[in-house]
Design a protein around this ligand. Structure first.
Ligand code: KG4
Ligand code: ZN
Length: 360
């Protein structure tokens, strides 16, 4: 039975995991860096140094926890992008060293592919499936046609949805990361109707007949309310704004996913088990999960999402994407280059790009 180690260092989580071919998670270590809290956002240089401080001991722990050594690994998978390049480099160099010294295959994983494929580890989901990928840096609707083959149906024209949660939280003086903080605060809203009436927020592009999004206007509207309120915003006002914010983004997402479902069903009319998957950090939001689950019920589609702790960044998803690739013989050259930007659609071959020196 094959075992793969995954390494993830593309943002502010240092993560190491080991998964098996038969979908067992042997190790799932995630260190969420606390160094950024005082800045209200991730500081790339601090993140890279913190990854460097912790990665070796976490790799060692993942093995010793399982009484394993490097020779028990069949491959090593690592995030090669997109992300903060200093951190990605730390992970990639660790993985390359292990692959070189222990002579095991190396797999360069697109972080977004990690999010996209996690449900195949935790659930039975058939290809092609519709995917709403919502994280701190990305917001896209794609069809996962095959491993490494993605068809984009739409995406954000400005902010990613997680980013708009984070910015809203920052405006309200809530904790970082903002998504969980806004979700928690919204639960304190005692009157949904009052919240929407007192702090109505736009639902950008909701009537456009496509699968694209725009979230920056919602954040700007939140800023306008915050500017009008006293400096120490009353808790009930903050809760009402969070509730109204969540309502707006959720309504937009539901509407755009409905369009995407219609397009997907037209593209694959013969599909026996069509499915909508939501993945990425924002997929941890219970309101969004519940509303997409309802939408799928209306369309008689299967709904799937990773368990909450595998929605936000982790290395299980990287190890699993590596496993899917290894099974298809899709391993990578030790000279692969890391990349801060790497679109999921478009069949990018990271090895060819490296060799040709093409600018990504
Ligand atoms: O996938 P992820 O961990 O990192 C990226 O690849 O970006 O996503 C992080 C994003 C952050 O913007 C965070 O605020 C958001 O996911 N997030 C949430 C929730 N948990 C994390 N947004 C809304 N509700 C949540 N419960
Ligand atoms: Zn992510």
């Amino acid at each position: 039975m094959k075992k793969i180690m995954g390494i993830e260092t593309s943002c502010d989580e240092t993560a190491v995991a080991i998964v098996t071919e038969d979908r067992e998670i042997l190790s799932n270590l995630v260190l969420s860096q606390q160094e950024h809290i005082e800045f209200g956002g991730v500081v790339p240089e601090i993140a890279a140094r913190a990854h460097l401080d912790h990665i070796d001991s976490m790799i060692a722990k993942s093995l010793t926890d399982n009484s394993m050594s490097f020779s028990d690994l069949d491959a090593i998978a690592v995030t090669a992008g997109p992300g903060l390049i200093g951190g990605v480099l730390v992970g990639a160099m660790s993985a390359k060293s292990i692959a070189a010294v222990h002579n095991i295959p190396l797999i360069a994983v697109n972080h977004l592919e990690g999010h996209a494929l996690t449900v195949r580890l935790t659930d039975e989901v058939e290809l092609p499936y519709l995917l709403l990928l919502v994280s701190g840096g990305h917001c896209q609707i794609l069809v996962v046609e095959a491993i490494g083959k993605y068809k984009k149906l739409g995406g954000t024209l400005d902010d990613a949805i997680g980013e708009s949660f984070d910015k809203t939280a920052k405006l309200l003086g809530l904790d970082y990361p903002g998504g969980p903080a806004v979700e928690k605060m919204a639960l304190e809203c005692t009157d949904h109707k009052r919240a929407l009436k007192k702090f109505p927020l736009p639902k950008p592009m909701i009537n456009k007949k496509d699968c694209n999004f725009s979230f920056s206007g919602i954040k700007t509207a939140v800023k306008r309310y915050v500017d009008q309120l006293p400096e120490n915003i009353e808790r009930q006002d903050a809760a009402d704004i969070c509730q109204s914010f969540q309502h707006s983004v959720n309504t937009v997402i539901k509407n755009k996913c409905a369009r995407a479902i219609e397009e997907y069903l037209k593209l694959y009319p013969e599909h026996k088990n069509p499915c909508l998957v939501v993945a990425g950090g924002v997929a941890a939001n219970k309101t969004i999960r519940a509303s997409l689950e309802n939408l799928c019920r209306d369309y008689r589609l299967k709904f799937s999402a990773p368990p909450l702790k595998l929605c936000t960044d982790n290395a299980v998803m990287i190890a699993w994407a590596g496993m899917e690739r290894l099974k298809l013989g899709m391993t990578d050259d030790i000279n692969f280059a890391v990349t801060p930007r790497w679109a999921l659609d478009g069949d990018v071959n990271i090895n060819n790009l490296t060799k040709k020196g093409t600018k990504r």
